[in-house]
Design a protein around this ligand. Structure first.
Ligand code: MSP
Length: 645
């Protein structure tokens, strides 16, 4: 039976504005998941979205929509991004999924019943306009980190998780499992900065907003952040659900891959929650560094295009994947610049890989009519290339297992570079001039094609599209789903045709392209600088604007024609016991007799205006198709002065 391997990304906050940094964790997990599948593991790869919280609640309100509708739209966007980048997840969990909501409620109740969750008062710094609590350390210059306004001390009834109780168990966990937090430096950070100063119990519910999972036995409270978010790793497998077979099969996680800023939650809070639930602990949490863009994690520096959709379209998805996997020393921070991306693509993908494939297929076409020649005329000089190929899988596997991702790619590229050097050493174009060397020439080209085949299989978890394109050039059909075929050099069949496909990565004129990219980035920035709500342009009003208009029902007490006017009627209305006069342009459609006694709808807070010398205090709502005009009336009798909204 296959050994299982459960790998997770963090669940993402929904956002419409994805940049390259966001793709980092997921592309890395995807490469590892694909590698492990090919290496014979039964892999389960989980990703998803973290959709609750006050921020979403507010942004939805600003966009005149419900939080659910708001997140639904954004989730579509992230799924599209993962599709573009070829992310091979097995499951996508949303924290708004019913099964997750139910399981989280059960987990919360279980912890409460066990005494690991208790009710008390939460005291923190409160920002009234944002309706948000902050801890002292979250404040920026003593002010709200979101809006920059002053905050004040406030109390709120909350549920707390007894994190402090697990202090010693956590230390024991780290001591007994030195691999639990990786890289090692992050473990020291956790112990010195958080565990040693003493763990505080954790506030796990809120009453100040509604967009969250309600506490099942106290629905004034919603579950706040971590019990909702972290538990996705087990609820996705059916823990506390209807069918927990996946949980039984795949838990504990073999690898939680997370950005360095959330290592704390995954290595302190998460194991403590699991200990409290009596559930086995994950095997490893890896905290990777950030891709810095313009000097920090999120910001966009001038001239840099960081939209993964744009970059993938321009240079190919695999150029983007390769950059993310290769450029940043894993575990540390790395810097994105357009120039770095273009140089990487040119040097490694166009020059080393692309050239090797195109030179080899071109020579097979030229010297052997496009048929893979016989490879049995080996010479001493071939040995190094052959053994490098046969040893490659082991080296790449060692690096992937140690999460040395750029190193694993460098190992594959050693093969590619060695093959390019082999061309220079064996000089096939000189061999081609001498008919007696034809067989030797055939073997040289066979060795090159075979090295390319092995490299493509090894590259396939990292750059699946490119690997398939190479297989297409060698006419080998679909990529294999295991590494079995890379262990022996010489499996490529002679006598089969190859094609000279399009260049895998056309060489980029870096200077010219940088100018183009800068223009693109400027356009992008301008688009984003436009007033955030371009609703005005679209002719839309916000709910706040609409609610400024007061509509009400009114009873027509009397009605008469306005003198010297064909169009106007003067109506005396009763609006909730108060009388007012309204002049309306409906004389061509209704007689005064007809209107008397009718119920109409008026705009109550319209500024009064004088029409033909009469002060009109409001307006009667009418529907019109350009020909007919009919006044709007409630479907049933209702007292005058009733609000209409
Ligand atoms: N929702 C939480 C995680 C909860 S997990 C139980 C969260 N979401 S996030 O959307 O802010 O981040 C998702 C992942 O993207 C994190 O691993 C984060 O580190 C990563 N990145 C976001 N920007 C990044 C860079 N600029 N560089 C590298 N990774 C970064 O945190």
């Amino acid at each position: 039976m296959k050994e299982k391997f459960y790998i997770t990304t963090p669940i993402y906050y929904p956002s419409g504005n994805w940049h390259l940094g966001h793709c980092y964790t997921t592309v890395i997990c995807d490469a590892i998941a694909r590698f492990k599948r090919m290496d014979g593991f039964d892999v389960f790869f989980l990703t998803g979205t973290d959709e609750h919280g006050v921020k979403i609640e507010k942004r939805a309100a600003e966009n005149n929509t419900t939080p659910k509708a708001f997140v639904d739209a954004l989730v579509g966007n992230i799924k599209e991004l993962w599709k573009t980048l070829g992310i091979s997840y097995d499951k996508f969990i949303r924290t708004t999924d019913d099964y997750h909501v139910e399981a989280v409620q059960k987990i919360f109740k279980k912890l409460y019943d066990n005494g690991d969750i208790y009710k008390a008062e939460y005291e923190g710094m409160y920002c009234t306009p944002c309706e948000s609590f902050w801890t002292e350390s979250q404040l920026v210059d003593g002010k709200c980190p979101d809006c920059g306004r002053p905050v004040e001390k406030a109390k709120e009834e909350s549920y707390f998780f007894r994190l402090s109780k697990y202090q010693d168990n956590l230390i024991e966990l780290y001591q007994n499992n030195p691999e639990f937090i990786s890289p090692k430096s992050r473990m020291n950070e956790m112990i010195n900065n958080f565990i040693k100063p003493g763990l505080q119990d954790l506030c796990v519910s809120r009453t100040s907003f509604k967009w969250g999972i309600p506490v099942s036995f106290d629905d004034k409270h919603v579950i706040y952040v971590w019990i909702d978010a972290l538990t996705n790793y087990i609820t996705a497998l059916g823990y506390e659900g209807k069918d927990d077979s996946l949980f039984k099969k795949y838990w504990p996680a073999d690898l939680h891959m997370v950005g360095k800023e959330i290592v704390r939650f995954h290595t302190i809070i998460w194991p403590a929650i699991l200990m409290a639930l009596g559930v086995e602990l994950p095997k490893k949490v890896y905290g990777h560094g950030w891709l810095l863009i313009g000097g920090d994690k999120m910001s966009k520096s001038k001239g840099n295009v960081v939209d993964p959709f744009v970059l993938s379209e321009r240079y190919g998805v695999d150029a983007v994947r390769y950059f993310l996997l290769r450029e940043v020393p894993f575990g540390s921070d790395g810097v994105y610049t357009n120039e770095a991306l273009l140089n990487r693509t040119n040097a490694d993908l166009a020059n080393d890989l692309g050239n090797l494939v195109s030179r080899t297929t071109a020579m097979i076409t030229q010297y052997f009519g496009g048929i893979i020649p016989d490879g049995s005329y080996r010479e001493e000089i071939d040995n190094e290339l052959v053994s490098l190929c046969e040893e490659a899988l082991e080296k790449v596997r060692r690096d992937v297992d140690n999460l040395l991702i750029p190193e694993s790619l460098a190992e594959i590229f050693k093969l590619i570079q060695r093959a390019n050097k082999y061309i220079d050493e064996t000089t096939p174009w000189i061999l081609a001039k001498d008919e007696s060397k034809k067989q030797r020439l055939g073997t040289v080209l066979y060795n090159l094609a075979e090295t390319i085949r092995i490299s493509a299989v090894l590259l396939s978890p990292f750059m699946p599209d490119t690997a398939q394109r190479i297989f297409d050039d060698l006419q080998l059909g679909k990529l294999p789903d295991s590494f079995d075929s890379v262990k022996t050099f010489g499996l490529l069949e002679s006598g089969k045709p190859v094609v000279k496909g399009k260049a895998l990565f056309p060489r980029i004129d870096v200077k010219k392209e940088l100018v183009e990219l800068e223009k693109l980035a400027e356009k992008h920035e301008k688009k984003q600088e436009k007033p955030a709500e371009s609703n005005e342009e679209k002719g839309l009003v916000s709910i706040d604007d609409f609610s400024k208009i007061e509509l009400a029902t009114a009873k027509v007490l009397t009605c008469e024609k306005v003198e010297k006017s064909d169009k106007l009627l003067k109506l005396t209305l009763d609006v909730g016991g108060k009388q007012r006069t309204v002049v309306s342009g409906i004389a061509q459609y209704y007689t005064p007799e007809y209107m008397a006694g009718k119920t109409v709808v008026i705009v109550k807070n319209l500024k009064p205006v004088k029409l033909k010398g009469i002060l009109s205090e409001g307006m009667i709502l009418c529907a019109s198709n350009g020909k007919d005009v009919v006044f709007v009336s409630p479907e049933k009798e209702i007292e005058s002065g009733s609000g209409v909204n």
